[in-house]
Design a binder for this molecule. Sequence first.
Ligand code: PMT
Length: 222
Amino acid sequence: EEKNIFSGTKVLITSGPTQEAIDPVRFISNHSSGKMGAALADAFANAGAEVHVVLGKGAARPVNQKIQISQITSAQQMYEACLHIHSQVDIAIFAAAVADYAPKTIASEKIKKSGDVMTIEMVKNVDIAKELGGLKKQHQIHVGFALETENEHANAKDKLKKKNFDLIVLNSMRETGAGFQVDTNKVTIYNQFDQSVTSELLPKPEIASLILQAIQDLPKSV
Ligand code: PMT
């Protein structure tokens, strides 16, 4: 692999889970460990890029010391941090697992145990990738992920279009050793021309290299 192939390139990466507070002691979140995002961040930094990661709480941190990190908690905070940086970057990678909904109100005191059933009203969060996709300039490259449990390929292609991605990386919860938490992943990478490549089950740093390669192969690549 050629070294410094991404030197002079600015990259924004979202990584890890968001946490949506219910009350001062509880939150709604997901199983993202941040390993995929950290592997991507290190791969870009090692290839000479200037990397900025917007990182969910508790998520794995990249190793390369040159990488800038903005630590956030909620989807709204992740959005605001990304919005601040987005216009300056050449490439944005959306590897975070963002909560689609958040509790409508955050109780100011710990919610007391009461009836046998309790309901939390939720409201839709901002779709970070979609919003920034609407702001994407001609020279910018956006790469999304799709984490699916059914109709994987159709859903991934749908998200590619709706969120204005140049590439989407599908990882399926149906594949053993792929997706959340694990050190490996197995992905299919789609471009806008309906072409795809499918990987073997590989360590996340090797999946990151394949994603960097797919970006280099884009017609408008940096
Ligand atoms: O962190 P790990 O444990 O290593 O696991 C890696 C991973 C499985 C989290 C990662 O590879 C992955 O698939 N990330 C995206 C998970 C996800 O939320 O997928 P989605 O299909 O719900 O979302 C589609 C895309 O829109 C994603 O790029 C997502 O970051 C983005 N999105 C979604 C919702 C939202 N409100 N804002 C977003 O930006």
